[in-house]
Design a protein around this ligand. Sequence first.
Ligand SMILES: [Fe+2]
Length: 436
Amino acid sequence: MGCQILQLIIVTVTLLISASYATEYIRPKPRQLLHFPWSRRSSTEPQQVHISLAGDNHMRISWVTDDSSAPSIVEYGTSPGQYSAKAEGESTSYSYMLYKSGKIHYTVIGPLNPDTAYFYRCGGEGPEFQLKTPPAQLPITFAIAGDLGQTGWTKSTLDHIDLCKYDMHLLPGDLSYANYMQHRWDTFGELVQPLASRRPWMVTEGNHEKENIPLVKEGFQSYNARWKMPFEESGSSSNLYYSFEVAEVHVIMLGSYTDYDEYSEQFRWLKADLGKVDRKRTPWLIALFHVPWYNSNTAHQGEGDEMMSYMEPLLYAAGVDMVLAGHVHAYERSNRVYGGKSDRCGAVHITIGDGGNSEGLARRYQTPHPEWSVFREASFGHGELQIVNSSHAFWSWHRNDDDEPVKSDEVWITSLASSGCLADKAPEFRKILLEP
Ligand SMILES: [Fe+2]
């Protein structure tokens, strides 16, 4: 009898322990839009300050003023309050139906030293800002979050990124979710300023940047006016696709919503850009765009197929290591994959459209589980990519559990440059990327 009671206790305790391990994280609901006391400040005070790379050793500083006479100058130096250099830039503005933007300033500063803190002031007055330039060599750390919006979850994601030691923010599309209400671009600029004024934000566009009105407005007017990226510096004729090099990484930013077929300007530019990549100088090759090619969520299923059919062979021939996409409001990581199947010389595809926008999470997945999909979960969060050396990188995804960042997925990634795949691909590289 005593033995039976003991057995019963052991079984009960075992069941309780296994039940506690099996408890699933209960994902929170979408949070409300943040409301800002937005009003025009009739002054020359800089607003919405953000920075981005602008060619070798240069940084583009952007800000907005209400006063159209405010000068587009940036004073900067390596000590607080002591500005040993000064640069003058350009400005633009735009109208959208009844809305008239403030004066949008762009000023390129440099040459700057790598991995160095600079102090700067915009327009000759106002507060001092501080930035850090990226390192010239590895290691480098990227923070990545797409589909940000401006909700309570966006704030939570940005707060978590702020806790991370990183060099650059990469954003694979869908920034403000202004959705045609232009003042929401201004509030988004204010929301991200604390981070985007300190580290370069390199962004590409999503569907929420398009904001076209047939016969009235072409797409991407606000995005192009406010988020100028270094497309001219990379030989592109459009702000909607470009590339840059940082540390020992070549990063390609593509447009999911501009022409991509074999006769398009984007296709020609991509082929030429990939053909010039020198893997001795940049052993890592990464691509970002908005609509994922490998997605086993039911949301936006198949939307990336056409772009993939034209461009995946180019990326494969070039030996792209990783592809980061957004659009689907959930997280997913693949094996190295090509042509719909796991392939040791393909790219790792990551969907990270879970920044925290107001549309909520995409919770339904295809079954059965595709063989290439390693990890998938519908939660808000952000990614961190630390490229340690020419052969190894550490990827981690940090879920927003309530308001705490919890590392939920992590993996070491070995570069194709170190795996022998690039040597195997050399004939394909010449045929697909170098032949006219
Ligand atoms: Fe999207």
